[in-house]
Design a protein. Structure first.
Lengths: 133, 54
């Protein structure tokens, strides 16, 4: 298969964002991490759709990407929901909700790495950006 | 290097690599100090099938 370089997948940005999210303001840094992942997802899926339209990605590849991308989407949205629940939780439940949000965020990262693998396999990959933030 | 120059270079690089909309979205996300429920809601993703329908 012909590999086409597409600026899209911000692997390093996401990893850096998650490293940052381990320290400092838990909620703000998690928001930044999941925000970077949502941009990455959007750009990568647009790139994959363009490549499929141009015939660089087969129908089988498209089906594979959609399956894994939807798994990631579900995990990502569950993590976002967990943070909304954390925000809305009464003070005595904050600690529990924070723990649940962290678990959900880690789960979304695992799915994200799987998505990166499938995209790379199908010729969608990008260049990591420098840690400017 | 002057922080303003660094910021301009960084933004230029982001736009060059990922396009204006993606760069703006990253910058906007990064600029939120106290994310609200609505800010979080904006991060939710749409289904992968939708991209292939466009």
């Amino acid at each position: 298969m012909k590999h086409v370089r597409v600026s899209g997948v911000l692997a390093l940005v996401v990893l850096l964002a998650f490293m940052v999210s381990c320290t400092g303001n838990f909620q703000k840094n998690s928001y930044r991490g999941l925000g970077a992942m949502s941009v990455s997802y959007d750009v990568a899926l647009k790139s994959a759709a363009d490549l499929h339209k141009q015939g660089y990605i087969s129908d089988e590849g498209k089906a594979e990407i959609i399956k894994v991308a939807n798994s990631y989407k579900d995990a990502h949205n569950a993590a976002v929901q967990a943070f909304q629940d954390y925000l809305n939780a009464p003070a005595d439940q904050k600690e529990t909700k924070e723990g649940q949000a962290k678990v959900a965020m880690q789960a979304s990262l695992a799915f994200y790495q799987e998505l990166l693998g499938i995209l790379t396999k199908n010729g969608v990959y990008g260049e990591p950006v420098e840690p400017w933030f | 290097m002057d922080p303003t120059v660094m910021a301009i270079l960084a933004v230029t690089e982001l736009i060059g690599k990922y396009g204006v909309p993606a760069a703006l979205q990253i910058i906007t996300t990064w600029d939120v100090e106290e994310p609200t429920v609505d800010d979080w809601e904006a991060l939710k993703l749409k289904s992968a099938e939708d991209y292939f329908k466009e």
